[in-house]
Design a protein around this ligand. Sequence first.
Ligand code: 2P0
Length: 333
Amino acid sequence: MKKIHITTHANLALIKYWGKRDEALLLPCTSSFGISLTALKTTTTLYSHAADEDLIQLDGNNNASLHIPIRKFFDGVRTRFGINTKFSILSKNHFPTASGLASSASGFAALALGVNSVCELGLSMQEISVLARTGSGSAARSIHGGVVLWHKGQALDGHDSFAQPMFNASWWPELRVIIAVTTTQEKKISSRAGATASKETSSLYPGWLERSKERLPKIIEAVRVRNFHTMGQLAEADWTDMRDVMLDTKPSLNYWTEVSWAVINKIIALREQSGLATYITTDAGPHVKVLCLAPDAPRIQEELRTIPGVLSILESCVADEPTIEEEYGNFIP
Ligand code: 2P0
């Protein structure tokens, strides 16, 4: 029998995914673009067995409600590939989960890579990305390391909505993302519910879609020529647009806290007053992700440490490809 150990990383969007053209298949309204982060690592162990049900352990937390999307994902895999076995899954996020640090992205990416290997499905990376997407949209991006483009696709069945690797981890070794962690609490409104509400109720949503589409080729080019200012400006503009859509949603989605705003204001002040090359993005949560280049990282960390309420600071480079290790033996759940 084969047991698989997978290491994946969450992928931070610089051009965001927020809202779906198909809610069931998790097909996005926008293409998105992001970087895999070394600091947001997930390790997952997976094997198949003959027990009556899937056995799931997440960070030692056995809260059954967290297992529902995972069971649904494996039910989908069994139906689609005609598999009869159940699975044992042990997954650990080496960062705070469900609070806006993309734990579902690295988690479902690992499950898609893992099930392909355990069951020897022989899927291409494109097909693995599509499979990961059925667990959680952003997981489509996390099956790769480096810098990734997730095509929104056109097909109704979603086969062309997958992530494509654009630049590997060594493309831009000086690039850093510093994450100011501001809570260990889970967010009150999930990304899934929030994004649907934004699409349905925010009058700003269509405008953001248009601008996001225009920004995408520009940011790809900025990364290609390693133009940090252009990349940062485009990423921050896309975040600002998404943030305004979130705040304009009825009822308003306010994922940020006073501590988040203190961090954001500090970074903007550093840029405007000291000329520091640094930009901001956040996701559906209160943590703030600060983009910078390696020589400026110590100064930014130092400044963030002075802000009351910043719980920890994670410095990240662009992560390598996921790793998959095989172990053979007789595994009994
Ligand atoms: C992103 N986010 O592009 C965006 C930016 C949050 C803000 O992908 O419903 O957990 O499972 O497909 O992937 C979070 O959304 O949502 C997300 P589902 P997911 O990274």
